[in-house]
Design a protein around this ligand. Structure first.
Ligand code: SF4
Length: 520
């Protein structure tokens, strides 16, 4: 059923005011993707860890078992920092840095754990960075802390990100012993040469295969690998060949293809500073690349999801054509045999046996959870989101000293709704009013009538069955359109923050009075 009443056009003076405000934002903030706008928040503040525990306690008491509760552990270390990585808070790993990280995370668990005793956690995600840089002894200490301090739903999923070059059998054993049932790692490209050029070391096909071979079989886990679209030195044909090799691997991982975000430094170092060259390189992955990818997926027994997205595509193995040859069946037999041996060893050791079955999927978004969503983040730079109460990041960043605290902003349900709407538009080009009503007890049309009216006028959206259907737009265009959802005071805050940052940078780049003074 299509929405019957369309919002009235907004007043002309409001439109003029907003266009002016958006132009001011564009002057201070380079908008490269809609998620930037989704996470725009109001006046920043800092909470101590004890204050954060208080916020969690009130959220746990108010939840009444209705919310999805997920826990994210951020490991901000990698063996080396890849040239295209836009997570600017990562550090190359060091033994001291890893031990300090462990102590901070265990201390946070002891403070926050008792506050959320009333919450049952549905999913755990270890990300970063690459958690596989942690030695197996530290992995076990942290896993034991999580089991001791938090209450886990019986169908809670446990996921972890790996770097194929830092994984070994004893780390995987620690993960499997503690119930990890989803593994993901970045391949980016199977070209060792291009990986070297991007400061990733000489990771080639054998590194990838070794990692896939170390992981448990399909009885105990699922596997996803990432490939990056648009890397300098890689052609669309290379990307298709990589995707094919991964889909034909006996472990049959899910393959996620992400579009590279052309940061300023990446454009400078790989495209001679030319944004046009970087955009042209990415445009080669529009059609006919997507058609070819869809056909290739079909041939390999996979299905292509999100074909139209400018953000990511996913290749999912299809059950029906999964085991079609004698070799496939042999591979499957070998993997299941390993899984059964692993289960038998656990049984002999008196540990809990968990066969991969229906699990709650991990997400950072209410969109995917399909209900109100809390995210408890542990570790420097981890993001926490207490539904309709606070959104914060753990400080200080990795490698900096100081007490653990949380910097962020208080939020209300309308901030949550804005984030929800932006991700639905980005990922599905559709807003489902029934889902909005169920989670937020309001509708998109009621809450954002002015933005909707502007978008209808511009032909960006049209009414559809049970919701609103949007045009697909490039990320930078989409992010500008999303500004219509952000309240004035938050945009003013963005302008103030960015202007201050620029002024500070400008001040730092000026020689100070002492250095300008003539030498004695
Ligand atoms: S391994 Fe992943 S997280 Fe680490 S620097 Fe490379 S891209 Fe970034």
């Amino acid at each position: 059923m299509e929405p019957t009443t369309l919002p009235p056009p907004p007043a002309a003076d409001w439109l003029a005011h907003r266009r002016h405000l958006h132009a001011r934002v564009a002057q201070v903030e380079r908008l490269i993707g809609p998620s930037q706008v989704a996470w725009m928040r109001g006046k920043p503040r800092v909470w101590s860890e004890a204050e954060m525990a208080g916020l969690w306690k009130s959220a746990a008491e108010a939840s009444g078992g209705r919310s999805a509760n997920h826990l994210y552990v951020h490991v901000p270390f990698c063996k080396s920092i890849c040239a295209f990585c836009n997570y600017d808070r990562l550090k190359p790993s060091s033994a001291d840095g890893l031990r300090e990280w462990r102590d901070r995370v265990l201390a946070s668990m002891r403070t926050l754990g008792p506050a959320v005793r009333d919450l049952s956690f549905h999913a755990l995600y270890f990300g970063g960075g690459t958690p596989s840089v942690l030695p197996s002894a530290i992995l076990r200490e942290v896993f034991e802390g999580l089991d001791a301090q938090f209450r886990w739903h019986p169908f809670a999923s446990r996921s972890i990100e790996l770097d194929p070059a830092t994984v070994n059998a004893s780390k995987i054993r620690a993960m499997v012993d503690h119930g990890f049932d989803h593994f993901s790692f970045g391949v980016q490209t199977r070209s060792a040469h291009v990986n070297v050029q991007h400061n990733r070391g000489p990771q080639g096909p054998s590194t990838v295969d070794r990692c896939l071979d170390l992981l448990p079989g399909p009885l105990l886990s699922t596997v996803a690998v990432d490939v990056l679209i648009g890397l300098a030195g890689v052609t669309p044909d290379d990307t298709l060949a990589d995707a094919e090799a991964l889909m034909l691997h006996p472990r049959r991982p899910r393959v996620d293809l992400f579009h590279l975000t052309p940061t300023r430094s990446y454009v400078q170092s790989h495209f001679g500073g030319s944004r046009d060259r970087a955009s042209d390189a990415l445009a080669r992955y529009d059609d006919p690349f997507r058609d070819r990818l869809a056909r290739l997926a079909h041939r390999c027994g996979y299905a292509l999801h999100n074909a139209d997205s400018h953000h990511f595509h996913t290749l999912h193995p299809q059950g029906r054509s999964r085991y079609t040859s004698v070799q496939n069946l042999r591979d499957l037999g070998g993997q299941l045999g390993r899984d059964l041996q692993s289960l038998a060893a656990k049984y002999r050791a008196g540990k809990t046996l968990r066969i991969r079955g229906p699990r709650h999927g991990y997400t950072q978004l209410a969109n995917t959870a399909g209900r109100q969503h809390n995210l408890l983040g542990l570790g420097p730079s981890a993001r926490s989101q207490i539904f309709g109460i606070a959104s914060a990041q753990t400080i200080p960043a990795a490698g900096q000293s100081g007490r653990t605290a949380y910097r962020g902003a208080t939020i209300d349900p309308s901030d949550e709704l804005r984030t929800f709407i932006i991700f639905d538009i980005r990922d599905h080009a559709f807003v489902d009013e029934k889902r909005v009503q169920k989670i937020f007890n309001t509708t998109f049309a009621e809450s954002f009538a002015d933005a909707l009216s502007v978008w209808l006028e511009e032909g960006f959206v049209q009414p559809a069955s049970n919701g609103w259907r949007f045009q697909r737009r490039r990320p930078e265009v989409l992010s500008t359109l999303m500004l219509w959802l952000v309240p004035d005071q938050i945009l003013e805050q963005v302008i103030e923050d960015k202007s201050q940052q620029t002024a500070r940078k400008h001040g730092e780049s000026q020689p100070n009075a002492r250095s300008r003074a003539p030498r004695p």
